[in-house]
Write a protein that binds this ligand. Structure first.
Ligand code: GTP
Length: 179
């Protein structure tokens, strides 16, 4: 049993630990992308100024205008908010066209595809349907925020080569969309 599940680590501390872990991941991702010749900035919602920039909305926009990739780390900086919610919030703040949830499943199914052979992938689903259906790939807070701001959500499998490219090219069948 993990320390968090055993009740040793309280939720608030656990969430802050998680936020710090995303900063480590963001710096690793920055290094990997820069190694490929891309221009990348990391902005953290929790100030760790020796490591990376602190999140400043207007500065993030300037980076994007200059063609840089911006990695938003440390969630919203608040416990009890998931990374999905943080990603949705930042996507809305920067005026993104869509949010891509790259995960281990290749879309949203009408029933568990691991348990039911006849499970059907749903290509397009409404926000309300996603909320009522309690889809597991994204939490309700994130879906509600996306719904209120008319931000489409794409769910795709990050382990399949070129999937993000397929999403950008709108190649049907490789993802599900909530809109
Ligand atoms: P311009 O304003 O377009 O020049 O943007 P820039 O990001 O190239 O310039 P800036 O001088 O702000 O940043 C230079 C480098 O320092 C970039 O890699 C930033 O990510 C990094 N940097 C900027 N502010 C901070 C900070 O507060 N802490 C850390 N650790 N790095 C920072």
């Amino acid at each position: 049993m993990s320390a968090a599940k055993g009740g040793i680590i309280r939720r608030t501390s656990g969430d802050y630990m998680g936020m710090l872990a995303t900063v480590i991941n963001a710096v690793a991702m920055q290094e990997a992308l820069e190694h490929m010749g891309l221009d990348v900035r990391v902005q953290s919602a929790v100030e760790i100024k020796e490591v990376c920039e602190t999140y400043i909305h207007r500065k993030a926009i300037r980076h994007l205008e200059k063609g840089r990739i911006v990695i938003f780390a440390a969630g919203t900086g608040n416990p009890f908010f998931t990374t999905d919610t943080a990603a949705t919030l930042r996507a809305i703040e920067i005026g993104a066209d869509l949010i891509v949830k790259a995960t281990k499943v290749d879309g949203i199914y009408d029933k568990d595809p691991h348990k039911f052979e006849d499970a059907q992938k749903i290509d397009v689903m409404g926000y309300n349907e996603a909320l009522i259906g309690n889809i597991e790939v994204m939490d309700d807070t994130a879906i509600s925020l996306a719904k209120d701001n008319k931000l489409p959500i794409v769910v795709c499998n990050m382990f399949k080569k070129d999937n993000l490219l397929h999403v950008i090219k709108d190649q049907q069948g490789v993802f599900s969309m909530v809109k």
